[in-house]
Design a protein. Sequence first.
Length: 195
Amino acid sequence: MRILSVVALAAAGLAATSASAQTSDGNGSSFRGFRAEVQAGGDRFQSQGKNDQNFAFGGAVGFDGIIKDKFVIGPEFSYWRGRGTNVSAGINGGTIDHKSFNELGAGIRAGYLVNPKVLVYGIGGYVSDEQRKAYSGTATEAGFYDHVHTDGYQVGAGAEYSLTERFYVGAGYRYANYADHTSRQRLFASAGVRF
């Protein structure tokens, strides 16, 4: 949780710097200010040498500031609802069921304006994933049930297109690696609004 607080403070400072930098912007781009978007697409949760692919959804809020008419930078906070489940056999019998639920993320997004309507970007930051790991047990071995939150990092890239001054669509990819040796990949489409 301390990592999330540090990222949030850094992001707030970066947003303030970006906001002051964008006042001199004259390129006519709408990629500035606060934004909120919904996301939906494919989710691949990897654990125990297996992976499970599902449809998932989420969203993000952020702030974009423009520097030197071409560079866009700012913080992003995200939520992703995946339901990936990997089931494998235990060493002495029984089954191990490893499931992922909700992922929360905080990162810094930096991009380049190809033209006033098209942004390509990269993102990196922190993530926390809610997971469950359960072992069914055997006649001679007790089962268990663990519900945990595991931290990690995320990296990704994407592109956005401004439909109007306020509305935009996009597509993106994220890779998240968690501290319990699990990971997630997601490919999504997005639609958002700027304030």
